[in-house]
Design a protein around this ligand. Sequence first.
Ligand code: ZN
Ligand code: ZN
Length: 262
Amino acid sequence: MRVPSFDVPWADFCDHEMLASLSCGFASFSSVALSCFALERCRAFRRFRAQPYKPNEGRLTNAEWWEALRVSAWNALVVQWPVNVVAFWLYRNVIGHGTELTITSVVGQLAFCLLFVEVWFYTSHIALHSKLLYRRVHKTHHRFTYPSAVCALYAHWLEFVFCNQLGVVLGPVLIGCHPYVTRAWLALALGGTALAHSGFVFATAVGRLFDASHHDLHHEFFHCNYGVLGLCDWLLRTDASYRGYIDAKAEKRNVPSHGGGA
Ligand SMILES: [Zn+2]
Ligand SMILES: [Zn+2]
């Protein structure tokens, strides 16, 4: 399927495909982050909070939310550009992108991107928890032990670029996904990371993929759930259930205390 293009003077440097893909990701992330901001303030949704025993029933204060937005916006609006320009230049001029849009190609390309980000994020995230990198880099992201969606991009620039951004952008570039698949992937990945930090858990069969069930436990207990999907955590026995944190959480839920953060 042919993708319409715009003939603009700056197209060589900043091609429309990059802007279209990034816009999809940005729109998806912002809608989830803003929806979560509103839902956190609705009494009816408080029973879905992942850590209701934390201060303020496990919700960020307004001041914390704005602080998270400040750093996330800096990463999203400024820090991300150099990698995007290079990656999308390769995508367009060296590797090229697919022109065929079939069910099989869409599913195959999305599956590759998903597996790629799982392995990339798990590996780099484990490295960020090393003595050398944790204090210098990753501690920033762990500032919020009961995060909100906007905290997803709250990270040191080095972590944001190498762990988060490359994991998402390299997948479609390496296999030359169809441009529409790349846009869908960016929307899925950015919306997904916002949901993973939303602090909302819904007791549904697909909840693990579309809420904070997995990653919130990493922010709460620190030594578990390093991956995105849970596949690497399951294979390498770093998932929360293996490490006994599910039971620890169940005990916490039985104590109606509001004292102290992790
Ligand atoms: Zn971590
Ligand atoms: Zn996180």
